[in-house]
Ligand binder design. Structure first.
Ligand SMILES: Nc1ncnc2c1ncn2[C@@H]1O[C@H](COP(=O)(O)OP(=O)(O)O)[C@@H](O)[C@H]1O
Ligand SMILES: [Mg+2]
Length: 255
């Protein structure tokens, strides 16, 4: 088995008296489609933000690709994040949104156009270069956000409930696109979701989080078979609506 590309070692994050992330350790292997599942407020977004470099750690260590990320600024990390509420810049066109990271990183101008065109083709938004976000559907906006996240060629994509603001029909389209991109570009995904159908179908490993801590990490097959050791994970599985077969049927399998 290959060495982990992401190692989260005993990471804690405190916001004053709130312990948002509590001594979390996880190892994610290259090309893995790794899911983080847990109720609202359990620390999922905070963990992703620390990986992306937006939030300093209170304790612990994050190693990506063999390098300790302490003191490494966000745009120097081999990761990028896609947010739930498609965080595109409203005053910029599609092409300007996608080019943003390249400009910030001072990529020479002549290289920018072709790379933007390539990224838009990848998310099937050719011809939308000049549109503004308000002229796009939710699914199209999220595709702009995905193209933008991939521009700096991250090795790891952090996906924070990337489809939960979208209609069910568009969710499957975006998820299938993510599967194709992962395979085509050899990406590793850390995917936060509440949707068990999506996690069970698309991810290979799932870590279940409660009140800042990981209670259990299992292959996603365990979600289907119910082979969960921790009482909290069993409860979570039981209390959720279970598998939505229609959603699952619209998704391409991860392998
Ligand atoms: N900037 C912040 N300041 C204070 N508390 C925060 C901040 N960000 C998150 N929290 C708290 O940390 C906990 C985890 O939040 P979050 O990571 O957003 O959870 P999740 O993404 O799982 O819903 C919550 O109690 C939240 O209120
Ligand atoms: Mg969150």
């Amino acid at each position: 088995m290959s060495a982990p590309i992401v190692r989260i070692e005993d990471v804690t994050k405190r916001f004053r008296e709130v312990v948002a992330v509590d001594r979390v350790s996880l190892a994610i292997r290259p090309n893995e489609f790794f899911a983080l599942l847990g109720p609202s407020g359990c620390g999922k977004t905070t963990l992703l933000r620390m990986l992306a470099g937006f939030e300093p750690l209170s304790a612990g260590r994050i190693v990506i690709d063999g390098e300790d990320m302490a003191g490494v600024v966000p745009n120097r990390r081999p990761v990028n994040m896609v947010f739930q509420s498609y965080a595109v810049f409203p005053h910029m066109t599609v092409a300007e949104n996608v080019a943003y990271g390249l400009k910030v990183s001072r990529v020479p101008r002549p290289q920018i156009g072709p790379r933007v065109a390539g990224a838009l083709a990848m998310v099937r938004l050719e011809g939308f270069e000049g549109r503004r976000p308000e002229q796009l559907s939710g699914g199209q906006r999220q595709r702009v956000a995905i193209a933008r996240a991939l521009m700096l060629e991250p090795e790891v994509l952090l996906l924070d409930e990337p489809t939960s603001s979208l209609d069910v029909s568009v969710q499957a389209e975006i998820l299938n696109l993510l599967v194709q991109l992962r395979l085509a570009r050899g990406l590793t995904y850390l995917f936060v979701s509440h949707n068990l159908a999506v996690i069970g179908h698309m991810c290979s490993q799932v870590a279940i989080m409660k009140a800042g801590a990981i209670v259990e990490q299992v292959p996603t097959a365990a979600l289907r078979s119910g082979a969960l050791a921790d009482p909290y994970s069993r409860q979570l599985l039981k209390s959720s609506e279970g598998y939505d077969r229609a959603t699952a049927a619209a998704l391409v399998s991860y392998d």
